[in-house]
Write a protein that binds this ligand. Sequence first.
Ligand SMILES: NC(=O)c1ccc[n+]([C@@H]2O[C@H](COP(=O)([O-])OP(=O)(O)OC[C@H]3O[C@@H](n4cnc5c(N)ncnc54)[C@H](OP(=O)(O)O)[C@@H]3O)[C@@H](O)[C@H]2O)c1
Length: 357
Amino acid sequence: MGDAKHVHVIGTGTIGEPLIGLLADFREQLGINVVSFHKRTPLTTEVAKVRSMMDRGALLCTDEAAIPKFEDQGLKVSWETEEAIDRADVVIDCTPSGVGHENKNKYYERFTHNTKGFIAQGSEFGFGKMYARGINDEALDPKEDKFVHVVSCNTHNISVLLKSLGFPNNNPENLLEAKFVMMRRASDTSQDGDFLPAPKVGKHDDPRFGTHHARDAWHIFQTLGYDLNLYSSAVKLNTQYMHALWFNMRLKEKITLPQVMQRLKDNRRIATTEKTSANQIYSFGRDHGHYGRILSQTVVPVKSLSVVGDNEIVGFAFTPQDGNPLLSTVAVACWYLDPNDISARLDCLKPYLFHEI
Ligand SMILES: NC(=O)c1ccc[n+]([C@@H]2O[C@H](COP(=O)([O-])OP(=O)(O)OC[C@H]3O[C@@H](n4cnc5c(N)ncnc54)[C@H](OP(=O)(O)O)[C@@H]3O)[C@@H](O)[C@H]2O)c1
């Protein structure tokens, strides 16, 4: 380990780029001295992106063989891959599905003696303890959890809805059953591929949970000892804007619509909105978010809410897909650096945690 309080991000894609920007812009308030990032491929199309991150104060790292190519592009490389990991206190893996596990085997396991912790993103099931800010903070154990898996954007959304509407008083037995239909955007706005001409439904390949969405949510609450009755279905839509989900929760207790509204208002990680289209909500994020991202865990259009009978809540919610894992990731990085007083350090991100959109 070299510099004090050094956070290193691997991957500069949809999640990596705004994360590096957030860490670099707020490093003083977050208590971080050095932010570095690993970019694998020296693409001429991405020189501007790399330069922008470096202008914010983040240091470029890459593999030994790629150093001369980045230098030819006029970009100064600070450390090669292993040296950067060795120097860092916290390493955040933002690579695509499966690469985080490969990196764990190839690099991270060798640096556990001097690195405080390693964090991976949504697709890396099994990387480490599953985590979402405000959902299972009490499950994190500084002695055990060298590896943390920040759950996916949709798992954040499902989890915060379950926690705030289904069992706001940490009484999971109040939730009899919850069902979700995940309506997913075909691709990220930055992606040219994966165009979808029409909605495409998914398989129910998990006999208990339907799709992995309910299963992932079950697993994160399992870290608290809860055994929830969850089921999900998925459909991909021909949009690049936002994921949406439909939910249905059947509770043991009776509930009214005003009480549902109050529960949503009581959770500061939930945004409510009078808007009903992903288009308008996404556009709000572009105008008022950091790198166009809002950090709220879900956006609930209040006009979509209904109570069926006296104990069943139905509604829709939108997922700030590449925003909500950012806050959880920064929170774990701060926790690794110093587990005390994280909330005070995260206060600088409050302007992007909207309660109303
Ligand atoms: N996209 C979302 O909205 C979203 C939301 C929540 C969570 N996540 C999760 O975040 C993670 C990353 O997703 P993403 O959408 O940000 O990915 P992405 O946009 O495809 O970016 C992947 C990045 O990883 C780098 N990379 C790929 N293979 C690498 C390797 N072997 N070594 C080092 N770097 C490598 C690429 O670098 P080069 O281009 O330089 O080669 C690229 O910068 C996934 O676990 C995903 O599930 C994504």
